[in-house]
Design a protein around this ligand. Structure first.
Ligand code: AMP
Length: 515
């Protein structure tokens, strides 16, 4: 890396594996290896007494100590607590993610020296609450998170880099429409991007935060376990350690099926054994509906971008699960095009994040940007209001999904009585008109309002949705901003974040004066 600039580090914090990359002296993204010498760090944490062990060893412990291992915490971001009690304690999912990030920080430091500024990626389909939780996980791990960017966008940037599109002398100005199909361990994302020269513009995005390789594993686990039940009348899934081993072996068999036409899985439980042979055809059959869900979302996203298959320049495959032959075949059948696997499905996202980190660091040093990213929001943002006609609560959408970011929207609320001293605004994310079907983002408690306001005084509430998909709320009365509290759903307080940061990373809390 260059001497006069801090390291430009990007982290792909994955459901099952995480990857970190850093720009080298000539701005090339390089994947850093972890303490064990691997490029991929399993996003798993073992709670071993007062110690925590992260990565490969934590995964190994699933076979013997399943009850003390946290897996796939990314899927629970946005909840107050990770659902398993480990070592007699429950943890917020962002704290578990912070332990994963802390290992990455310590392992990377050995190679590139101390650093704190990073870019972390999230699925494009992550809502605001999950983005905030990811940013908080970075903070608790001792980082200064410069930005949160979408995984498919990062992959597209890595692709652009690989194609030489980020070179200052790049003359390729024609617009290329690229569909990024990203199927990881726990999440699925699809994004249509328009790449023109060095501009990366997202046109539409959609996905599923609960669909990924783990679901394919689950089908194989169930297939083998049901055969066990059929033969022996007992269910190996009832014992956490047997279940842990079965998961591990089924994931392994799934990978085998990407290279060979059959694989076999053995399962031992209570002194009994079964060995089940699974053919690729059988595996495709028992997982067909999962693949169909991704096909449906892919078609819808293309439609939302206003495009036909023929207008796409290419389909970019990202995420470890795109190695499954059925994924490639399905996309080929849908689009009539051979999907592009020229970027590394495991590393592209981290590489794109490192390139973005380099861009932000350069910008802070007053250098011109090498490329530009424009994102869209994946969920509509609204407020809960009372419908005057029916007196029922409904979600009034202020910022529709797929709006280019950053975007601002305003709504006027009026005081209902003389000298009203507070107003409560509930912010939700989702497409439904009914607030119960949307995710609550938080409450904006505007108090105290200035004294002696007459009834029906307009209070302007303005939302600004940032490029990173994070929300800021500005409230003003008669053009004057008023301070207010935005109480987020299931979010840790600054005090809690500071104390987790000290506990997990040992890095003192961040305050601007320490910059
Ligand atoms: P990612 O989150 O992008 O690292 O993807 C991890 C997922 O990819 C996990 O569910 C892995 O089981 C899956 N995966 C990795 N390699 C293969 C493979 N060769 N065949 C099928 N799935 C794979």
């Amino acid at each position: 890396m260059s001497q006069n600039r801090p390291p430009a580090v990007g982290i792909d914090l994955g459901t099952t594996y995480s990857v970190v990359a850093c720009l080298d002296d000539v701005n090339r993204p390089q994947t850093l290896v972890n303490g064990e010498g691997d490029k991929l760090t399993p996003s798993a944490v073992l709670f071993d007494g007062t110690d925590t062990v992260v990565g490969k060893e934590a995964v190994k412990a699933v076979a013997t100590d399943a009850e003390r291992v946290a897996l796939c915490a990314k899927l629970e971001l946005g909840s107050r607590m990770y659902d398993k009690v480990m070592g007699g304690r429950q943890y917020p999912p962002e704290a578990i993610e912070a332990w994963v990030l802390n290992k990455i920080r310590l392992d990377s430091q050995r190679q590139i020296g101390p650093f704190e500024k990073v870019v972390i990626t999230v699925p494009a389909y992550f809502d605001e609450t999950r983005r905030k939780a990811t940013q908080d996980a970075g903070y608790m791990a001792g980082f200064d998170v410069m930005d949160i960017i979408n995984e498919p966008t990062a992959a597209a940037v890595a692709f652009g880099y690989q194609r030489g599109m980020l070179n200052p002398d790049s003359r390729k100005q024609e617009s290329k429409k690229v569909l990024v199909y990203d199927l990881g361990g726990g999440t699925f994302d699809v994004t249509v991007m328009d790449i023109t020269g060095r501009d990366f513009v997202a046109l539409a995005t959609d996905g599923d935060v609960h669909l990924g390789g783990r679901d394919w594993d689950q089908r194989m686990v169930d297939y083998v376990a049901e055969e066990f039940v059929r033969q022996h009348g007992i269910d190996p899934r009832e014992d956490p350690n047997t279940s842990g081993r079965l998961w591990r072996d089924c994931e392994d068999a799934k990978r085998t099926l990407s290279a060979r036409s059959k694989a076999s899985v053995a399962c031992d439980y209570h002194g009994r054994t079964v060995r089940v042979e699974v053919s690729r055809e059988k595996f495709d059959e028992i997982t067909r509906d999962l693949l169909d869900r991704t096909a449906f979302t892919t078609r819808q996203t293309l439609q939302a971008a206003g495009l036909e298959w023929g207008q796409l320049e290419r389909i970019l495959l990202v995420g470890g699960s795109t190695r499954m032959p059925a994924v490639r075949q399905m996309l080929q059948e849908l689009s009539g095009k051979e999907p592009d696997h020229s970027v590394s499905p495991d590393e592209a996202v981290a590489h794109g994040a490192a390139l973005h980190a380099g861009l932000l660091i350069d910008e802070s040093l007053g250098k011109p940007p090498r490329f530009r990213i424009q994102n869209v929001n994946s969920h509509s943002l609204g407020v809960v209001a009372t419908d005057a006609a029916t007196s029922r609560l409904r979600n009034v959408i202020l910022i529709p999904r797929n709006s280019p970011l950053p975007v601002s929207a305003k709504r006027i609320f009026r005081t209902q009585k003389e000298n009203q001293r507070s107003i409560l605004v509930r912010v939700v994310e989702g497409e439904s008109a009914s607030p119960e079907d949307c995710s609550p983002i938080g409450k904006c408690s505007i108090k105290p309002l200035p004294p002696d306001l007459p009834v029906m005084t307009p209070i302007e509430v303005a939302f600004r949705y940032e490029v990173n998909g994070r929300l800021t709320v500005v409230v003003s009365v008669a053009g004057k901003e008023i301070a207010h509290e935005f109480q987020r759903e299931n979010s840790l307080t600054q005090e809690q974040l500071d104390s987790w940061r000290e506990y997990i990373s040992g890095v003192p809390r961040y305050s601007p004066e320490t910059e």
